[in-house]
Ligand binder design. Structure first.
Ligand SMILES: *[C@@H]1O[C@H](CO)[C@@H](O)[C@H](O)[C@H]1NC(C)=O
Length: 234
């Protein structure tokens, strides 16, 4: 059997909105689906800015309680996965060891990963090693200001998606966000795409399968499958 792929999953260390004090964390299906699908074919390393425990967004647990048994079995059985994360800074220079770097959402990344220069370095390392960069929902904010060695933004001219400004308005959190995913992608010249109605699934695959983005929580299963397919054909 071929050797297993290697995946680096990046979580936030933020547990609260610094703006409002409301709890946040990773959005359950956006971590659970990629984790479960990719763990069949890959060894997965989980990291965060501070290392150690990374919190699940309690709202995401509630919102999916009756609709997503895969996510809830992950939450019940796999606590060690998010309790002992490594530190992003310890992986700088090791980007080429990974086939995928993947970023779940939840609002938490807006409060730390959005401005994490170690992470930006690591993302460009992975991409420039010919590997896959993936992000979903608010996790897509990690692409903010990420440049390649040719000086271009990674997302420049590329089709991309993420939690839309319309969706942020509809959940009433626009003013609580320090940065908005859609606004930042458009600023860098990303060709922002979204589903025909808010909160419906949409996944975008660009750069020959090496830049994969998902719009929102409903996109989590399709996002996970797109990463898997891209790995298997690489
Ligand atoms: C997740 O939980 C399942 C069920 O207990 C277990 O088989 C699997 O090894 C766990 N995976 C990790 C990475 O903890």
């Amino acid at each position: 059997m071929a050797s297993r792929f290697r995946v680096l999953m990046v979580l936030s260390s933020a547990a609260k909105f610094t703006t409002t004090g409301a709890p946040t964390g990773w959005y359950l299906p956006e971590f659970a689906h990629p984790y479960k699908v990719l763990s069949e074919i890959a060894d997965i390393t989980v990291v965060s800015p501070k290392g150690g425990f990374s919190q699940v967004d309690p709202g995401s647990v509630k919102n999916t309680a009756t609709t997503d048994s895969l996510s809830h079995s992950f939450l019940r059985d796999n606590e060690s996965v998010w309790s002992n994360t490594g530190k992003i800074s310890d992986y700088i220079g090791r980007g080429k060891e990974f086939d995928v770097i993947c970023h779940p959402g939840g609002h938490a990344p807006l409060f730390d990963l959005a401005e994490d220069n170690d992470l930006k370095t690591l993302i460009s390392e992975v991409y420039e090693a010919g590997k896959i960069v993936a992000a979903i929902c608010h996790g897509v904010i990690v692409l903010k200001d990420v440049k390649l060695s040719n000086g271009q933004y990674l997302v420049a001219d590329a089709p991309v998606t993420g939690f839309s400004n319309e969706e942020e308005d509809k959940v009433g959190l626009t003013d609580a966000c320090p940065v908005l995913v859609e606004t930042e992608l458009v600023k860098m010249g990303g060709r922002f795409e979204k589903s025909d109605a808010p909160f419906k699934a949409h996944v975008t695959v660009a750069h020959n399968g090496r830049l994969i983005t998902g719009q929102n929580p409903a996109s989590a299963p399709g996002f996970a499958e797109a990463i898997k397919q891209s790995l298997l054909k690489a």
